[in-house]
Design a protein around this ligand. Structure first.
Ligand code: FAD
Length: 459
């Protein structure tokens, strides 16, 4: 399977223990990506007794497979936020993400974070119109910007650029490893190979697939996509989009990170890791599970890196997916008044590095009883999602089943264990992908990415 540049160049891996008995804590966090680790850190630092459970090893989910841009310039977003909400809300979103970047700078060193200007660029008249609409939104909100001509670093035709200065880029795995270390130092207990297979939000415990139970007062679900047991709750479906990234060796790192506002849609950055620089290109998006042959996307992105970006020494290729909410803003907070002790953090629309830190700030503030100016905007209760999710959690009992292993070759595709959709074989990654909610399974049927938690039946 393809591996991300970040996972391949992580710091030496710290092994976290497995759960070998029933446990109790104040705050239980599910998921060892940036969302879960940031929540664990913020809360442990404020004296909470925190346990974090990661079903695989930390940072191997979307976080370890992202592009690593840590910026409040989330593609075209501010004009749409003003249209859907208002200027004040768009400003709140900007400030929450800027504060997240400041926080990241305060804990990370030069191997984990660097400064970079964030640049939107257009390639067509329609794209330039979109860029100018976004510029107007920046003006209304008070976001400092520079409007410029062509993108100087890029070896293909561009029209206009909209630049936000002094944003950041991270090595998402090294940064996450630092956060995990700090969370642990502050007292958080991190466990790996600890898959939550059942929730009982009434009685405040979760059950692992190993049958161990963890009791909690507050639960934070940071599993990237709300987990399991939601049969019949199609309404909870979030759109999940998959994108591809390739990295080639380069000798000319940029000070800027770029994203196109029009087609061809490309997100571009460079990074220097241990003295070697790389150019990263992210492109080729499609609804998760919708494409049978993902090898085509890897081939196209590699060709584009070679021909358009003139970098032929492609050394890493990988892909990832991320869910979006209907209104561009993530869900972060208590899921509803009916389940005030259950918090969720999801729906980052491929901008979850700063948003996961912002969301963790919102959730940890709520748990310690501190006001956060972004909590209403990010509340899962602002749509039906929070209430429906809460109802689903209260209604669904679940029994834990042993996971079956063993890969068999087959011609028809197995049924996803989340909600029963037929999966599709992904030749590029050797995985079974579900087109309905984005679950992915390894060739042997074991779960690679949720929301499914149970393996495929390959018999
Ligand atoms: C191609 C691509 C590029 C991106 N680039 C950027 C970027 O440049 N900048 C940016 O801001 N954002 C980017 N994003 C978005 C960003 O990567 C994600 O939004 C963010 O990493 C999500 O973090 P997370 O902690 O919520 O999820 P994850 O990192 O996926 O972590 C969730 C964790 O939960 C664990 N888990 C799941 N179920 C269970 C269970 N039942 N029990 C225990 N553990 C469980 C998983 O194993 C996983 O480790 C990108 C996304 C994609 C798809």
């Amino acid at each position: 399977m393809n591996e991300s540049l970040w996972l391949a160049t992580a710091y030496p891996r710290e092994a976290y223990p497995v759960v070998d008995g029933d446990l109790t804590c104040e705050v239980l966090v599910i998921g060892g990506g940036l969302s879960g680790l940031a929540n664990a850190y913020f809360l442990a630092q404020q004296g909470k007794d925190v346990i974090l459970l990661e079903k695989n090893t930390i940072l191997h989910g979307a976080t370890g497979n992202s592009t690593g841009k840590l910026t409040a310039q989330h593609d075209l977003v501010y004009a749409d936020l003003i249209e859907q909400f208002d200027v004040e809300s768009a400003k709140t979103y900007f400030n929450a993400n800027e504060n997240a970047i400041q926080f990241a700078r305060s804990i990370a060193d030069a191997n984990e974070i660097q400064n970079a200007h964030s640049v939107l660029f257009s390639q067509s008249a329609e794209g330039t119109d979109l860029l100018l609409r976004e510029k107007k939104a920046y003006e209304a909100i008070g976001i400092p910007f520079t409007l410029g001509g062509k993108a100087a670093d890029l070896p293909f035709e561009t029209s206009k650029t909209l630049r936000l200065e002094n944003e950041s880029q991270i090595h998402p795995v090294r940064f996450g490893q630092k956060l995990a270390q700090l969370a642990q130092k502050a007292g958080a207990r991190i466990f790996e190979l600890a898959q939550v297979a059942a929730l009982d939000t009434d009685r405040h415990f979760v059950k692992l697939s190993s049958s161990k139970e963890i009791r909690y007062r507050q639960l934070i679900i940071c599993s990237h996509y709300p987990i399991e047991a939601l049969e019949g709750m199609q309404i909870l479906k979030l759109d999940v989009e998959r994108s591809y990234i390739a990295a080639a060796k380069t000798t000319t790192p940029f000070d800027h990170q770029y994203i196109a506002v029009d087609n061809p849609k490309r997100s571009i950055r460079t990074t220097t890791i241990d003295g070697q620089s790389y150019l990263l290109l992210s492109a080729e998006s499609h609804p998760a599970g919708a494409d049978k042959d993902t090898q085509i996307h890897y081939d196209r992105i590699t060709d584009d890196l070679k021909t358009t970006l003139q970098h032929s020494d492609v050394v890493y290729k990988w892909s990832a997916q991320d869910p979006s909410t209907p209104d561009l803003v993530p869900y972060a907070g208590a899921i509803s008044t009916a389940s005030p002790d259950v918090y969720i953090s999801t729906g980052y629309r491929k901008w979850g590095l700063s948003n996961s830190l912002a969301s963790a700030q919102i959730i940890s503030d709520a748990i310690v009883g501190r006001h956060n100016p972004a909590s209403n905007l990010y509340s899962p209760g602002r749509t039906d999602f929070g209430a429906l999710f809460s109802r689903a959690l209260l209604l669904t009992g679940r029994t834990v089943k042993e996971f079956a292993g063993g890969h068999i070759t087959r011609t028809d595709s197995p049924i996803c264990t989340h909600m029963g959709c037929r999966t599709r074989w992904n030749k590029g990654d050797n995985t079974w992908d579900c087109p309905c909610h984005g679950s992915r399974f390894r060739a042997d049927g074991s779960v690679l990415e949720g929301p499914a938690t149970e393996p495929l039946n390959l018999n």
